[in-house]
Design a protein around this ligand. Structure first.
Ligand code: SAH
Length: 390
């Protein structure tokens, strides 16, 4: 097996349990490193660090799968891991839908598996995990006897790993627009053409968190995607709900979801650029009891972090202006590089500029099927905040 020897001063990050080893942290490689192979990692004085998969084409040379020397990385290893992931989710109360595998947080770097009842959507974003796709599919078949498995590897980061983007069935073909239930509501999930894996499971609990504040309210939701927050609002007793998204396809899906739950008289969806509309309507002094914002990630790189901060400040400032005194702003950020502290600071700046006093009602992260691991920053990405706007 290939042996990777780290530099004398091992990075604190690796020592603290982070599974990534960057090429510039490596002193030498013994053997020929072939992309996708399993290698053993040692400190400069030959202490065992872990086993992981290698990709010399990637800046991240090794991603560790285990810190246990006795673990053999084979088909059984993946089956055991996936079963552990399922046991953990069951313990937390998940039965139907959940993120079954959340990559690094489940010690299966760059593997995502979303479970939508009897259907599974998988992403293998690094070469070293992609080579185990047959083993992963077999494990899902053995553990769950699913009705279908779909691959959503149409993600550009795969190209950094020297792989192609691709999507398609990993089981017999099935009708890819499936229906799931969440919090007593039904939603279509388009696993083939929807965004990411088709549905944002990370907001499951946050959607429940709006229950009390939307009763009898006029609600505006921007960045609605398939309308999940808006349909929850209608279900929880809002008087009227309007959801906006720039994507016509999302608006079509959201409208179908409203009909699926027989809430089409309360909730409507429109295609619009939220940046323009929030600006225009706040100038016109339109008012809502509750405004909800859930934009896509504004940046993935540190170089453009300032752009993300400006974007968050802008939409939250406009959003606050649209809230009646004593109403609520429900606001999310999924930009991993914006820390919870920074997000709160941005909201505070926006409130000052909007000349509104605010009180924090709820501040939480993604649902527990996406566990946060201290020291692995990418696992802490979602910020979900409800504030009262006075
Ligand atoms: N709240 C949703 C997820 C939202 S994802 C849920 O819980 O399921 C972010 C959405 O913002 C995407 O659907 C994307 O189409 C939309 N979007 C991106 N830029 C936008 C813009 N400028 N105006 C309106 N919507 C936008």
């Amino acid at each position: 097996m290939i042996q990777v020897v780290l530099k004398r001063k091992i990075s604190q990050r690796v020592a603290n349990g982070h599974p990534w080893i960057f090429a510039n942290e490596v002193e030498k490689i013994e053997g020929t490193a072939i992309g996708g192979e399993i290698g053993e990692v040692f400190t400069h004085d030959k202490k065992f660090v872990g086993k992981g998969y290698i990709n010399p084409k990637s800046q991240i040379l090794v991603r560790l799968l285990t810190r246990e020397r006795k673990d053999n990385i084979n088909d059984q290893f993946f089956q055991d891991r996936i079963l552990q992931c399922w046991e953990y989710r069951k313990k937390l109360g998940y039965t139907e839908n959940c993120r079954l595998v959340f990559g690094e947080a489940d010690s299966l770097p760059q593997l995502i598996i979303d479970k939508f009842n009897d259907y599974f959507v998988i992403q293998t974003v690094a070469l070293g995990i992609d080579v185990w796709k047959p083993a992963i599919v077999n494990s899902i078949n053995k553990i769950f006897r699913p009705k279908g498995i779909y691959e959503r590897n149409d993600v550009p980061v795969r190209e950094l790993e020297g792989m192609q983007q691709q999507k398609g069935f990993l089981s017999d073909p099935f009708e890819t627009k499936i229906i799931i239930s969440e919090n007593g509501l039904k939603f279509y999930v388009d696993v083939e053409n929807g965004q990411k894996t088709g549905y944002f499971l990370d907001q499951q609990d946050n959607r429940k968190a709006i229950k009390n504040i939307v009763k009898g309210a006029d609600v505006l939701g921007a960045f609605t995607y398939t309308g999940t927050f808006e349909i929850h609002a209608a279900h929880y007793g809002a008087k009227s709900v309007l959801g906006l998204d720039i994507s016509e396809n999302a608006v079509r899906q959201a409208t179908e979801n409203a009909r699926l739950n027989n809430l089409q008289d309360i909730v409507q969806f429109k295609t619009a650029n939220a940046f323009d509309v929030l600006k225009q309507w706040s100038k016109e002094e339109k008012k809502y009891d509750v405004v909800m914002l859930d934009p896509p990630a504004f940046t993935k790189s540190r170089e453009t972090i300032q752009k993300a901060i400006t974007g968050y400040k802008e939409i939250n400032l406009r959003g606050m202006k649209l809230v009646k005194p004593g109403g609520f702003l429900v606001t999310s950020s999924c930009t991993n590089l914006v820390s919870p502290e920074l997000f709160l600071q941005i909201i505070d700046m926006a409130a000052k500029d909007a000349r509104r006093r605010i009180r924090q009602v709820v501040f939480q992260t993604q649902s527990p099927d996406h566990p946060v691991v201290p020291g692995i920053e990418t696992t802490q990405y979602l910020k979900f905040l409800i504030i009262e706007v006075q």
